[in-house]
Design a protein. Structure first.
Length: 268
């Protein structure tokens, strides 16, 4: 196990986590990126608790051997109840991956085209991770080696014009991650930010078949490899996201934004 109190030598590390022997909670992992990573992390020898809203998917994953818990990250009460359940059943919990998120196409020319969507996006994508961290941070601080993994996006650094609230929510998560890393530097809790590009999932209609998006298995495999080979990484970036992530630093930000919105069908 990764617990320093065992006195055993520590295994190879997975980012800020040990590669195996962790107890990991991933809310938002009944499908897509979350589930792909959950399967790979379990295969590495970790206990993985899958969280999600849809009971039929949770039941299916429980039959597949996962521990599961129902959680709606847009609901503060659901987060508190799920945290209590996870910590009670899994006192060794030392990693939380805040995977849950939504993405909506919006038209900001008129309030009826965006306001309800924007409010839902901020509640899920910003308040959700904040509430998750609030629910788990004291427990994680009690562990000798713990990790919070936040999930932003390449769109935190270059905007897709069709999804303003999503872009803004992920930029907020990036800065939240930067700030928490500074605040928690005096604790045992590490903060790692995962920055996906567009991946072939059901996040937006048609995205699963998009040639613009990265194949899900390729993305998940590369993420795990990065955790293994970059033990001190603060940001986990597959190659496909670096075009978006570093446009401003390279000095070609305007070109990046133009290319992004010309290439992605949702940018029209």
């Amino acid at each position: 196990m990764s617990d320093l109190c065992t006195g055993l030598s520590r295994p190879a590390r997975l980012g800020s986590m040990n590669i195996s022997g962790n107890t990991i909670f991933i809310p938002g992992s009944t499908s897509g990126i979350g589930l792909a990573l959950a399967r790979r992390l379990r295969a590495k020898g970790n206990t993985v608790i899958v969280g999600g809203r849809r009971t039929e998917l949770l039941d299916s994953l429980a039959a597949d051997g996962f521990d599961t818990v129902r959680i709606d990250t847009a609901d503060a009460g659901s987060i508190r109840a799920a945290a209590d359940e996870v910590i009670r059943k899994h006192p060794d919990l030392n990693v939380v991956i805040a995977m849950s998120g939504i993405m909506r196409v919006e038209d900001w020319h008129h309030p009826e085209g965006f306001l309800a969507s924007a409010e839902e996006t901020v509640t899920t994508n910003v308040l959700g991770p904040i509430r998750l961290i609030a629910a788990f941070v004291e427990h994680l601080r009690s562990k000798p080696d713990a990790t919070i993994v936040t999930v932003s996006s390449g769109l935190a650094f270059a905007p897709l014009k069709a999804t303003p609230s999503y872009n803004a929510s992920k930029a907020a998560i990036h800065m939240l991650s930067e700030s928490l890393r500074l605040q928690l530097a005096d604790t045992s809790v590490k903060v790692v930010e995962l920055e996906p590009p567009s991946v072939r999932t059901a996040l937006l209609p048609g995205q699963e078949e998009s040639e613009f998006a990265m194949p899900l298995d390729d993305f998940a495999d590369e993420v795990v490899k990065l955790f293994e080979t970059q033990p001190d990484a603060k940001e986990i970036q597959v190659e496909n996201v670096k075009f978006l992530r570093y446009g401003e630093a390279r000095g070609d930000y305007d070109q990046v934004v133009a290319t992004l919105n010309a290439a992605d069908p949702h940018g029209k």
